[in-house]
Design a protein around this ligand. Structure first.
Ligand code: HEM
Length: 189
């Protein structure tokens, strides 16, 4: 939501897709989700820029590249740097959902350049449920309401974050909704 409120272009593209796929007289239903390709790309791009930590503990001493990792070492995978590496991503700091419009898989099949849900045997067990839930909630929020930043927020989202297992915003987003499906107000009752 923060990234969309900061990008007119992406917000317009999401709404165009929602209007095309649902019209203005229907709530988001489960069967709509598979057709919302741009929204999918928005979520993937958001997970690229704002991801959780992946850690591993070495159960035996091993060598990774030129480094010896002693048994018991906790290794934190720097997904933040991988997701912003110029070698893999054009203009990596930009929010550009279009880069994910082709079907794009993460983990090993992306050469480990995209790992918001980790990778391998211990990757996120809830990835499919998380992706569907995020898509459903975001699609519903954006289809039913117009959103703008609250007065006093300076007109631009502050992306400063706090370091934690899940990186979170220093200042919570405060956005104000107004109803969008005005032709069918009873849908929002
Ligand atoms: C946006 C939402 C989510 C993100 C970004 C996320 C991300 C992650 C990451 C990065 C890991 C570590 C993967 C690794 O070490 O390779 C993980 C593990 C895990 N996640 Fe999620 N997750 C999300 C939502 C969920 C949900 C909704 C569930 C449950 C329904 C879930 C269940 C789990 C479990 C059980 C593990 C541990 C898997 C294991 O160690 O074998 N996650 N998740």
């Amino acid at each position: 939501m923060s990234e969309l409120l900061n990008s007119d272009k992406a917000m317009k593209s999401v709404k165009r897709e929602l209007d095309k796929m649902l019209g203005l007289d229907s709530l988001v239903k489960d069967h709509h989700l598979r057709n919302l390709k741009y929204l999918d790309a928005v979520i993937k791009e958001t997970c690229r820029l704002h991801l959780a930590l992946v850690t591993r503990t070495a159960n035996q001493t091993c060598t990774v590249g030129e480094f010896t990792v002693p048994q018991g070492t906790e290794v934190v995978v720097n997904g933040w740097a991988i997701h912003r590496d110029h070698q893999f991503w054009d203009e990596p700091s930009d929010f550009r959902p279009e880069r994910f419009l082709d079907d794009f898989m993460g983990g090993g099949s992306s050469g480990f350049r995209y790992i918001p849900f980790g990778s391998g045997r211990r990757s996120c067990a809830g990835v499919h449920s998380a992706e569907r839930l995020m898509k459903y909630v975001l699609a519903s929020f954006l289809h039913c309401f117009e959103w703008k930043l609250a007065d006093g927020e300076g007109g631009v989202v502050d992306f400063a974050d706090e370091f934690a297992l899940l990186i979170k915003k220093k200042r919570p987003l405060i956005a104000v909704p107004t109803p969008r499906l005005l032709a069918r107000p009873e849908l929002l009752a």
